[in-house]
Design a protein around this ligand. Structure first.
Ligand code: NAD
Length: 293
């Protein structure tokens, strides 16, 4: 793939993550055009230097198109537009957390039209998108992954090619199932320690040097929970979606995973306490409303 192609990208979905990605690429000298259904999002992106175009024109002119959309259904809707307007040779990099089945279906349909589709879901939050320090788990053939690397390296500090189309979303769904569990188990462990007389700071000083540590104990609690700010930029609605994706994958594969099922039930139950727009870290309030309230 001609490296020059990587210097001009289009982005559909300029929300918390997409706008950060756009700003990061612009700061690195990449030309960025974009589209979003929300006027608030396009106004903010335009101010940042993104050339806003109507969806059809954006897709028709793009050689590299990044998607950052909420759910698989939005990615699917967008892929229908891409089928109509996309040119042969277009490479679509889907950074949304979506489903492997939808990814594979789109991959196949676009391949028949000589376009390529890569699932590259991300972690690292809006700050990681803005700083280019996300982690990407990429579902793509090796040659394509390598061809895209110069661009992926501008967007993220870690890129792992975990298999072919769909594999990125499988790994991302499993990753988010784990953080969904770790937030709850860490909150419960802290409740136990607090009731037994240990201060939260001392608890984490010990845990984070021990084998019970995780991103929840090392990042989420200090940055977004213990200070009461709950401002990670990742919503309860999106996290419940990801836990639901794990549940669907499990059902599709006819698997029973008792602890995961309990975690899924707890996230589902949180609907009565926490709105979709709440920060996903607020799940800890369900475990202990006194400690985290
Ligand atoms: P967001 O809701 O802030 O942004 C999504 C944007 O997509 C919105 O601006 C919306 O208007 C736009 N949109 C929806 N449908 C569209 C369509 N058909 N055409 C054009 N625009 C459309 O969501 P986000 O937090 O930026 O998350 C995006 C994706 O990244 C999700 O799949 C999420 O699970 C994943 N993700 C988010 C985070 C995070 O911390 N926010 C971290 C990792 C992964």
């Amino acid at each position: 793939m001609d490296r020059e192609l990587l210097k001009d990208v289009a982005i559909i979905g300029l929300g918390n993550m997409g706008l950060g990605m756009a700003k990061n690429l612009l700061a690195k000298g990449i030309t960025v055009s974009g589209f979003d259904l929300s006027e608030t999002a396009t106004v903010a992106a335009s101010k940042a230097g993104v050339k806003i175009l109507p969806a059809a024109q954006l897709i028709a002119e793009a050689r590299i198109l990044i998607l950052s959309l909420p759910k698989a259904e939005h990615v699917l809707a967008c892929s229908e537009e891409i089928e109509v307007w996309g040119k042969k040779g277009l490479v679509v990099i889907d950074t949304s957390t979506s489903t492997p089945t939808v990814t594979r279906e789109i991959y196949q349909r676009l391949l028949e039209r000589e376009m390529l589709f890569v699932d590259a879901p991300v972690s690292g939050g809006p700050q990681g998108a803005l700083n280019g320090t996300m982690t990407m788990v990429v579902g793509a053939d090796k040659w394509l992954f390598e061809a895209l690397l110069p661009l992926l390296e501008m967007m993220s500090s870690t890129q792992v090619n975990v298999g072919k189309a769909g594999a990125g979303n499988i790994v991302k769904i499993c990753n988010n199932l784990l953080i969904a569990a770790h937030l709850i188990t860490t909150a419960e462990a802290l409740s136990l320690a607090a009731k037994a007389g240990v201060e939260p700071e001392a608890f984490f000083a010990g845990i984070n040097k021990g084998s019970g540590r995780s991103a929840a104990s090392e990042v989420n609690f200090p940055l977004w929970i213990l200070n009461g700010q709950y401002h990670s930029g990742f919503t309860m609605g999106l996290m419940r979606k990801d836990v639901g994706l794990a549940q669907s994958l499990m059902a599709e594969l006819e698997m029973e995973l008792p602890l995961s099922q309990e975690v899924m039930a707890l996230w589902e139950q949180s609907r009565t306490l926490l709105a979709d727009h709440a920060d996903f870290n607020e799940i800890v309030k369900q475990s202990d409303s006194e400690l985290y309230g």
